[in-house]
Structure formats: C-alpha cells, structure tokens
Design a protein around this ligand. Structure first.
Ligand code: DGT
Ligand code: CA
Ligand code: CA
Length: 601
C-alpha cells in the first residue's frame, strides 16, 4: 500500500491573522500572530489597555524586523534588545519558538467561551465589537449572533446600528457551519443527548447518529441524526424545541437543519420504519462508499437508493442495514470501514478483518499525574485505569526540558519510581509501569541520560518543540531518537493538533520502516485534539509490521474515555487485536519489553 498524503487541515482559526496558517514555520510573523491573538483575547476580556497595547506593539515590532528572530533563537543565540519587548515578552517569544504556542494564550482561550473566537472571523467584527456583543448582549458564538441580529437587539449596542446589524447577519449566515471540523470527542456527547431526547418522543421507533460521527472519523463537520417514525409523528417540531437548539436553518415535516448554542450544525432526517435500514446506509455514508455500493448494485442489475434495494422496481430490502447489504451479496459492513478503501471487495470475498474491540485493550502506555502536568495523583490514576477495565497503566511524565509542563529531572523520576514500587505493592487488579514521555531534543537526542532511562520499564519519546524543521532535519531527528537503545514508543508521531497545529513535515514511510527494523512501536494517541497517527497511516504501519500502541495520554482520571476514540480510529485503520501492542496481557507485555525472559510464565 502506498502511504497517502497527510489529509489537509482546516485553516488554523487559532491564529486568524497569521501568515503561518496551514504551515508550521515559526517565524517573526507567526510570533506576531500569537501576540495579536493574545491582544484580541485580552481586549475581549476587557483587560488593561496598556497591557493590550504592549502585545500589539510587540507584534508590530516583530513584523518589521529585517532578520529571522525565531531562527536565531533556535540556533541558541540570545535575544537582541528590541524596542518595546521587555523580559516578560522576550520569555514569551522563547516559549513560542520552543513550543509553537504560549501558555497565556491557551489560558485566555480556555477562560472565554469557545465559540467567541469564531466571531472575530466575521467581516466587520474586531475584538472591540466582539467585546461589546459578549459583555452587553451575552453573545458567545455565531449562532447567538444570528439570533440577536434577527431579534433586532444588536442595533442598540453602542457603535453598531441597524445597517451594521443587517450586514453582520448576512456575513454570519454565509460563514455558518462552513469548513469547520472539530474532534469527534466534542460531538459525541451532544449527539448522544439529542438521540436520547428524540427516542423519548412518543411514536419514535428509533433514533441513531449517522454520518461521519457513526463512521467514527477523527474530525466531524456536522451531526447527522436519523429517526424512524410513522408520518403522523411530530418529530421535527419536537426536535427544534430541544433547549440546545439555537437557530433553525431548515424545517420541513421529515427534515430539519439547526445550529446548536455551541455553534454545531445538526441535520435531522425522519423516515418511515420500513425504509430505516436503507436510509441509515445512505446517511452513514461515506459518500464514496455510497457511490461504490450503488455502482455494485447497478452491476448486479438492481438499484440502490435511500429507500431500498430495487429489482425491477420491486423493493427487495430496506428495513435493516443487514438486509440491504445482503441484497447486494455482502455481509454487513461496520460503519468505521465505509470509506471505499477496499471494504466492499473484502466483504464480497469474505475477507473483512476481525477488527479490534474496545474490550481488547488490556492497558494504557501513556499517562501523566500531578508530578508533571496531570491533574490527579498516581493512585487516583491507577484506580481510574482499573475502573476503565485495564490491567496495567504506564506513568509517563514529561521530562525536564518541557518546563511549561513541569517535566521531571533524574531526581524527580527516581522519586516517582519509588512511589510506583510502593503503590504496586498495595494495589489490587492494576499494575503501574514506570515510564517517561521523554522529550526528543532538536538534534534527536533524548532529554534524560541513559542510566536514568535504563531504570524504566518503557520509554515513550515525543517531540514538543522545533516543529518547523525542514523535512530532512525532522526525519533525521526522529530516526536518531528511535535509534536509541531504550526507545519503546514514538508518541503522537505527527504532533498535529486539530484546528491548531498542522502535522509535522516528515518522511513518514522512512519512520515507519525504521520502526519496523528497530522494533519500535508507534502511538495512536487518542487525545481528542491529537488522534495521531491517522487511520491510513496506522494501516500502512500495520502492513509494514509495526505495532501500534493506542494510548489515552490521560492527564486526569476522566481521560481514559479517550481510548474508545483511539480504538475506533484503529478500527478505521483495519487493525486487529494483534496489531496493537497494548492488547497484550501484562505478562506478554513484560516479555515484549524484555522485563522478563521470553520463556517465563
Ligand atoms: P462531515 O459532516 O463533513 O463530517 O461528513 P459526513 O460524512 O457526515 O457528511 P454529511 O454530513 O455531508 O452527509 C451525511 C451522509 O449523507 C454522508 O456520509 C453520505 C450522505 N451523503 C451526503 N451527500 C451525499 C451525496 O451527494 N451523495 C451520496 N451518495 N451520499 C451523500
Ligand atoms: Ca455529518
Ligand atoms: Ca450533514
């Protein structure tokens, strides 16, 4: 299999004015864009005007520089004195060059409603106006902006007026729901609430999530829900009364499209129970799978539509998905595989894989505690992992170079090793493994010395800085790191953050090949914003004989729920139980890690 190109990322809404959009080069403009973003957020927050101005001035200074400041910092040169950039801002510049972001910006973003930043991309709205909309009217997202405009409330806010209100409504409606994809984990809970709500409407026989959410894609554009009910049932009217529905875009008797308060679009379709299966196949998609199925039907002399499989105008299957697939001579195909990537041929030949199931995971090999940047203690994490059905959990704190995450040095790690030994002696039903998420430094060396790493059960290596190296440099860096004798797993290999940071520019086939030769594993990091490696890349890694480790990268006890999205992505990658490292029992894993001899029981 040829490794396909990395899928394009949505533009980075995080840095609306950045020239770095879509690329990862950290240059003067990139740093300036982060500072402008901070200034915008401070302004919306109604912070001190001098503080806001300091960031704007610094951004201007950076854009006017005639040399590449980021590069010179990356080379280890000290920062020259620049007008308007004092110690504090110089520190932030270092942080941005080192990590690609700034903790102040992340903090500001997390304290403001998530949809608020989207308002800045609407023509006519700058931070000052957004501040007024937010503080005076409580407008927190695009959907609420539309609502307020329709109700004529915006015109009364100082600095707006009637014309401005009409212009904003138009601009907001044009931009609504377009080109925005978010991590699946953000959509799944609300989709569940909505389907449960729909199921309670009297007369509703079935309500299911469809679309990309049912196929468990890493990112989702909108939520699609399919309901089975007799035509007499008032499903749409009930649906739009749901308290989370904020704007109704389309409303008919059998369909509705709405925007929720969070800005998410939901498409609802209501069909008669007799055609529910055919409709579910259609609305689950993907479009490519649908087209391929329809072509197959045509080759067999039938017709497939959202109403069923028809032979000579007679409907031969429509009530269930299984019946529809059977009528086409196929076994039922699980939604995760419906991407027209060979699943129809495999189904036809009865060669569909026995996909990994959530219950197959026996452990998790990447997690943090309070000792670095996690939110819970060792014991709390251990008990939560046991509660999640796991047999073992590797504690992998950050290493010393990652100061923003309070990375551990040799002393801190020694202390944790002792704590883990003590806890393991007392814990029942869960074993903690001693690990580290060691920083891969710019040149590919690891952030802690060999004698320290050698004391651990496993070493997870990760990139957290210098995202903008050339493809050759970045590839060499990772290859060098993986060459290290204690290296076990390459964590989040591409370092992408959905909607925030593009994937690293690396020669992934070379990395996968090296992992195969060196016996390293690659991670499928299941943190909602990461989901890294991607599905197709995991599939390619499998074909090259590389084991994948599905890890939560949990920072708090609730984060073990990430694993279900990781398993779903692995299923999309056609992975079976044996393709995944942490489906091994603790004993098997210990053998793999050479902690016990291969023959020991
Ligand atoms: P998304 O929302 O961008 O994450 O992706 P989907 O796959 O959920 O796409 P969406 O919401 O536009 O449509 C839901 C399903 O409806 C899709 O998976 C397949 C089906 N569908 C939509 N448009 C077409 C089409 O033009 N042809 C066919 N055959 N199916 C379509
Ligand atoms: Ca969708
Ligand atoms: Ca849709």
């Amino acid at each position: 299999m040829k490794l396909p190109a990395v899928p394009p990322q949505a533009p980075l809404p995080a840095l609306p004015r950045s020239s770095a959009q879509g690329s990862q080069i950290i240059d003067n403009d990139y740093i300036a864009a982060v500072f402008d973003d901070i200034a915008d957020l401070l302004e919306i927050e109604d912070a001190n005007i001098f503080r806001i101005r300091a960031y704007r001035n610094a951004a201007r200074t950076l854009r006017a520089l005639t040399f590449d400041l980021a590069k010179s910092i990356a080379r280890g040169e000290s920062q020259p004195k620049l007008s308007g950039i004092g110690v504090d801002l110089a520190g932030k510049i270092n942080e941005i060059v080192g990590t690609g972001d700034c903790s102040l910006r992340q903090r500001l973003r997390s304290t403001l409603p998530p949809g608020l930043v989207d308002l800045l991309s609407i023509a006519g709205l700058g931070p000052k106006r957004v501040k007024h909309l937010y503080h005076d009217l409580g407008v927190e997202n695009v959907a609420q902006l539309c609502e307020a405009a329709r109700q004529g409330r915006i015109r009364h806010v100082p600095g707006f007026g009637e014309k401005m209100e009409a212009r904003l409504l138009l601009a907001a409606q044009k931009g609504i729901g377009k080109d925005r994809r978010s991590p699946i984990a953000f959509f799944a809970p609300v989709a569940q609430r909505l389907t449960e709500y729909l199921q309670q409407i009297p007369g509703v026989e079935n309500a299911t999530v469809a679309g990309s959410l049912r196929r468990m894609r890493d990112t989702v554009g909108d939520i699609d829900i399919l309901v089975a009910a007799q035509p007499s049932v008032e499903v749409v009217a009930g649906f739009i009364r749901h308290p989370e529905v904020s704007t109704v875009l389309v409303q008919g008797h059998t369909r509705a499209s709405v925007i929720l308060g969070s800005g998410t679009q939901v498409d609802l379709r209501v069909v008669e129970p007799a055609v529910y299966g055919a409709a579910l196949v259609y609305f689950t998609g993907s479009k490519a799978h649908n087209i391929a199925l329809r072509q197959k039907a045509r080759r067999q002399g039938c017709k497939l539509s959202e109403y069923g499989v028809f032979k000579a105008r007679k409907c031969v299957a429509s009530a269930t998905e299984t019946a529809v697939y059977h009528a086409l001579g196929l076994p039922w195909i699980t939604p995760e595989l419906r991407e027209d990537r060979g699943e129809i041929a495999a189904a036809q030949a009865n060669r569909l894989p026995r996909l990994i199931e959530p219950g197959d995971l026996k452990g998790d090999l990447h997690a943090h505690t309070l000792a670095s940047d996690g939110g819970n203690s060792l014991e709390q994490m251990a008990l939560a992992a046991r509660e999640a059905g796991l047999e073992y959990l590797a504690i992998t704190e950050h290493s010393r170079s990652l100061r923003v995450a309070h990375g551990l040095d040799a002393g801190g790690l020694s202390k944790q090793i002792e704590q883990i030994d003590a806890l393991n002696a007392n814990l029942q039903g869960i074993t903690l493994l001693k690990g580290i998420e060691v920083d891969i430094l710019e040149e590919g060396s690891l952030d802690l010395p060999d004698d320290v790493l050698g004391r651990l059960d496993l070493v997870v290596g990760a990139v957290h800085s210098h995202f903008g190296l050339t493809r050759r440099q970045q590839t060499q860096r990772l290859l060098r790191a993986m060459d290290h004798r204690y290296f076990t797993i390459l964590a989040h290999p591409l370092c992408r953050l959905i909607n925030e940071r593009a994937p690293l520019d690396v020669d992934l086939p070379a990395i996968i090949k090296a992992a195969s030769q060196r016996g390293c594993c690659l991670e499928l990091n299941a943190q909602p914003q990461r989901m890294d490696l991607f599905d197709l890349q995991c599939q390619y890694a499998k074909e090259e004989g590389v084991l994948i480790s599905i890890n939560s990268d949990a920072h708090r006890t609730a984060d073990f729920t990430h694993l279900r999205y990781g398993v779903a992505q692995a299923r999309r990658a056609w992975l079976e139980k044996n393709d995944v490292l942490n489906t091994r029992s603790l004993i098997e894993l210990k053998r793999f890690l050479q902690l016990i001899p291969a023959t020991a029981d």
